[in-house]
Ligand binder design. Structure first.
Ligand code: PBG
Length: 327
């Protein structure tokens, strides 16, 4: 029995060649920013809650970046794991030009690797309480004092050799202040990729243990600055504010739970839109794979292409180095 259907969409899916021909979105390693954890310890250590992701000693960093660069990954965001004894309540280590992350940038600046080096700009790796800011007398995160420290730290980043800074703190007004202090210090070519719509997500847990951010096992409450996952209007407002303050790229974070926000930003704002597929989005796939319940690679590809389809121009993600060779 054969019907005379006017439409047979399956013709476009009937073999691999035609499927490849009509494929609408294709991931490439050039889309990816690989977050890289760095450490003062002497050997690479795998992060227990992020199987396949390591903290890298500085001595290994250059060779490792070359391996990733040869896979086509060209952009890297560095995250330091700071020794507990260097942390304090104000996170003052962020202004120490000899601190781990600045030594890393310094070591890489003459490497000829032709890569983009991004500094995540926030206080949480450096504070004993794990908040992304300086606290006031009542224990609340003090917006303007935090902005001042971050702005000063952005100059230390640029001075150390970072090409871009990525403020990930969600303080009000910080993008504008960072832009002007960079310009005043002759760093007008240093770009700002702003974590604009960053939600108070439960998916950051594995990252916080990766950098040994305070109070493992206890959740640090960041709801007074990160967005409520329910709030779309407020996310749009944050995106536009960072646009007006002069950010060069805007980020939505986490990624897959917020595809609507990515889609809005990409349709409405004429800046590159970044998405950050965060540690928990990575770990849930890896954990299910370890249980034999999911195939991690095909899930990773499906998740990443959904983020691209929603409108992300670039994607921070921890799978990048494992999937780039297959793309
Ligand atoms: C800190 C920062 C966080 C992440 C990136 N920068 C954690 C947080 O806000 O608590 C999360 C990244 C991830 O989970 O992969 N400012």
């Amino acid at each position: 029995m054969t019907y005379q259907f006017p439409h047979r969409p399956r013709r476009l899916r009937s073999n691999p060649a035609v499927r490849a021909l009509v494929e609408e979105y294709r991931l490439t390693p050039a889309d990816f920013v690989l977050p890289v954890f760095i450490t003062d310890e002497s050997i690479p250590t795998e992060i227990i809650s992020m199987p396949g992701v390591f903290r890298w000693p500085l001595e290994h960093l250059q060779d490792q970046l070359k391996i990733w660069r040869d896979m086509g990954i060209r952009s890297f965001a560095l995250f330091p794991k700071i020794d507990s004894h260097k942390k304090d309540v104000t996170g003052s280590e962020i202004l120490n030009p000899n601190s781990l992350v600045y030594r890393a940038a310094n070591a890489l600046r003459n490497s000829n690797l032709d890569i983009l080096l991004i500094a995540d700009l926030a206080l949480d790796p450096y504070t004993t309480h794990g908040q992304d800011g300086v606290l006031d007398a009542k224990g609340n995160v003090d917006n303007d004092r935090t902005v001042e420290v971050l702005a000063n730290a952005s100059v230390v980043c640029a001075d150390a050799g970072f090409d871009w800074v990525a403020p990930s703190d969600m303080m009000d007004g910080r993008v504008g202040v960072i832009r002007s202090i960079l310009d005043q210090n002759s760093f007008s070519n240093t770009g700002i990729i702003s974590y604009s719509a960053k939600f108070a997500s439960s998916y950051y847990g594995p990252f916080r243990s990766a950098i040994n951010s305070a109070t493992i096992g206890k959740t640090v409450d960041k709801k007074s600055y990160q967005l409520n996952p329910s709030n779309f209007k407020e996310a749009k407002r944050e995106l536009w504010l960072d646009f007006e303050e002069g950010a060069d790229m805007l980020m939505v974070k986490p990624a897959e739970p917020y595809l609507d926000v990515i889609s809005y930003a990409s349709k409405n704002i004429n800046l590159p839109i970044a998405a950050y597929q965060v540690s928990g989005e990575y770990s849930r796939i890896m954990a299910a794979s370890q249980l034999g319940w999911l195939d991690w690679k095909s899930c990773a590809l499906e998740s990443l292409v959904s983020i691209k389809r929603a409108g992300a121009d670039l994607i921070f993600n921890y799978f990048a180095d494992r999937i780039a060779p297959d793309l």
